[in-house]
Design a protein around this ligand. Structure first.
Ligand code: PLP
Length: 397
């Protein structure tokens, strides 16, 4: 079997060996409950504190502003529901058409209302052909009724970066809470929350080489907050439930590694991504880049191969051990083209043939060279056998 070439890091990442090592003792002898009075538990609590400090360090936040959660989805749900609970007289939510389902589906459910539930008004802002937001249009929809703006930092499918600083500044001016889903941004771009007008930020461990099942929500000091999980006094009364100590320690270690590797992410990973992208755009006929050419995460490339089925490409890549994705992993299984590409106005024939490559620090030049060699013949072959592709090619001759 071919060696795996993993280019699907926006779906999930490999747990770093250093992270595995850091969490192992907490699955064995260090099993105490950090809330216990005895020394055995208290010792564990120190490691939870240390992990909180490490994560805060990656974000430029204060440790008291970090709440550990179970995943990015929980962080998003907590932030949105908290804002609505804290501003009960406001009924308007602003978001975009390209949010992850963790934000988009919740906002849509809230906007549907129902018996005994408030009816929220939802503005889902459009994006342009490059996946970018129009800031003027954004500012024009804010009102005294707006309870929350929830706009992602980086799009999971295209890697497009949103101008979170300008968005936050506009929110501040109007006295509106700003939450950003930074699940794809954390660890890939530098973040300094001390200097940014962001009230809440979501992240997820499994996107930055920690295991699945751990996330965090940053809540700026002084921000009104209402817990989502109500129970014990954990997380300073902001999230009930015994702390997932091994996973928290793992996230702390992953945050430390991400800080050390930020420069490599910005240079070597970006160079590998650019090499892959350039080679594919040059050698595969009808290949189009989806998303802004520069305002993008350094690791992500979303390319459409017109008149070819994305799923067919993925299956053939899979035979070579190459892992990528079409649309986002969460929507795979449905034949609907990605809501992100649709919002960007990517033609149907191109949206269906879109592939997302997402790299990590573990990828090598050799792996990229293999993909560049393997993929163009796959595209040519699929075009030949697709009646749609044959017609298109014949018309072009
Ligand atoms: N937000 C974005 C932008 C994501 O890419 C994802 C996962 O793909 C999530 C939220 C959900 O994170 P989790 O899988 O930790 O719930």
């Amino acid at each position: 079997m071919a060696k795996t070439i993993y280019l699907d890091n926006n779906a999930t990442t490999a747990v770093a060996p250093e992270v595995r090592e850091a969490l192992a003792p907490f699955l064995a002898e260090w099993y105490g409950n950090p809330s216990s009075i005895h020394t055995f538990g208290g010792r564990v609590a120190r490691y939870v504190d240390e992990a909180r400090e490490r994560l805060a360090g990656l974000l430029g936040a204060d440790p008291s502003e970090i709440i550990f959660t179970s995943c990015g989805t929980e962080s998003d749900n907590t932030a949105i529901r908290s804002a609505l609970a804290c501003y009960p007289d406001r009924r308007h939510i602003v978001t975009t058409r390209v949010e992850h389902p963790a934000v988009r589906n919740l906002c849509q459910v809230l906007a549907q209302g129902g018996p005994g539930r408030p009816n929220y008004r939802l503005t889902e802002l459009p994006v342009d052909r490059q996946g970018m937001l129009n800031l003027k249009e954004f500012e024009s929809v804010l009102s005294d009724d707006t309870a929350l703006v929830s706009i992602m930092w980086a799009n999971n499918e295209t890697g497009v970066l949103f101008p979170v600083e300008a968005i936050g500044a506009a929110c501040r001016k109007r006295g509106v809470l700003f939450h950003t889903d930074a699940v794809q941004a954390v660890g890939k771009v530098p973040i300094n929350l001390a200097e940014l007008p962001i009230d809440m930020l979501s992240l997820s461990g499994h996107k930055l080489h920690a295991p699945k099942g751990i996330g965090a929500l940053y809540v700026r000091r002084g921000t009104r907050f209402s817990p989502y999980l109500v129970g014990g006094h954990q997380e300073n009364n902001r999230r009930g439930g015994t702390e997932a100590v091994p996973l928290i320690v793992a996230l702390g270690q992953a945050a430390e590694l991400a800080k050390q590797r930020m420069a490599e992410e910005q240079t070597r990973v970006r160079a590998l991504r650019d090499r892959l992208e350039r080679a594919l755009l040059e050698s595969a006929p009808g290949a189009i880049l989806n998303g802004h050419p520069t305002e993008r995460l350094p690791n992500t490339s979303n390319i459409s191969f017109e008149f070819v089925e994305g799923e067919a490409i993925l299956l053939m890549l899979d035979q070579h051990g190459i892992c990528a994705s079409s649309g986002s992993a969460c929507t795979t299984g449905s034949l609907e083209p990605s809501h992100v590409l649709r919002a960007m106005g990517v033609p149907f024939t191109a949206a269906h043939g879109s592939i997302r490559f997402s790299l990590s620090v573990y990828n090598t030049q050799e792996e990229i060279d293999t993909v560049v060699k393997v993929l163009p013949p796959i595209i040519r072959r699929l075009r030949e056998i697709s009646p749609f592709g044959r017609e298109k090619l014949a018309a072009a001759r």
